[in-house]
Design a protein around this ligand. Structure first.
Ligand code: 4H3
Length: 251
């Protein structure tokens, strides 16, 4: 998959894209991420990319011309993919959306800075707006990195096959169980005995229960939407954890 990123700060992406799993994915040719500097596309003498807002007010607005020309240059003649603006009013980035985006041939991510971009750029150069959460950033670059990382996990081969993002989603919308590594004992704190004896059925059952407990405690809202077996429901009931459905039935 190819992801183009239009930004006035392409240098911000260097370490993130060359490190760890994203770095390896690029080396393996699974992911082709290309930050493109918008500035050289400016038709202005001094290569300006922003200007004062019409109607007044604080800050600067990114101009439509450099963005439109940069977008046309990276998209080329027959573009197949999605052009995305990262902004707080966009559709919320979720696992489901990331999985969907990972199936695209190409993505182009437009990063705004300052007060934002000229509305005409959004109207003509972008297919959709996506938000990584309900907060404001100084620029879209960090949001573009989050989206890139989140989408990359769903590209086949980016994670090892045993640790695939799809595998992980088989846990059915629950939070992860706690993990432990050596040493077995640290400052008097022991690793749970069940993990040490090699009984894989017992380990799987314990992990499932821990996922259920963690979800009930930290994100009970997720529990309502999770795929629960009869055994899961029985376990939760035995723990005194009541699901919304069960409450409704009881009422
Ligand atoms: C994305 C971008 C929040 C998000 C962003 C998000 C700066 C967009 C400026 C940049 C505009 C102000 N903030 N939640 N900020 O995904 O260009 O909105």
């Amino acid at each position: 998959m190819r992801i183009d990123i239009l930004t006035i700060f392409p240098g911000m992406f260097d370490s993130v894209l060359n490190t760890s799993i994203l770095g390896r994915a690029r080396e393996l040719g699974l992911l082709d991420v290309r930050p493109t500097d918008i500035r050289p596309f400016s038709a202005m003498k001094h290569k300006n990319t922003d200007d004062y807002p019409f109607g007044g007010g604080a800050g600067m607005v990114m101009m439509v011309q450099p963005i439109a020309d940069a977008m046309a240059a990276v998209c080329g003649e027959d573009f197949h993919g999605r052009r995305i603006y990262l902004g707080p009013r966009g559709k919320k980035l979720t696992t489901a959306l990331a999985r969907e985006l990972a199936r695209e041939e190409r993505l182009v991510l437009l990063c705004g800075h300052y007060e934002g971009v000229d509305q005409r750029a959004l109207d003509t150069c972008v297919d959709e707006e996506i938000s990584i959460g309900d907060y404001i950033l100084t620029g879209g670059e960090l949001a573009a990195m989050v989206l890139t990382d989140c989408v990359a996990r769903f590209i086949p081969g980016v994670l090892g096959s045993s640790e695939s993002a799809e595998e992980e989603s088989f846990s059915g919308g629950l939070l992860e169980y706690p993990q432990f590594t050596r040493p077995r004992e640290w400052n008097g704190l022991e690793v749970p005995e069940v993990l040490l004896n090699g009984d894989h059925a017992r380990i799987a059952a314990w992990r499932r229960e821990q996922s259920l407990l963690a979800t009930a405690r930290f994100r009970p809202d997720l529990l309502e939407a999770a795929e629960l077996t009869a055994r899961d429901r029985a376990f939760l009931a035995a723990q005194g954890i009541r699901l919304e459905e069960q409450e409704e039935k009881g009422e």
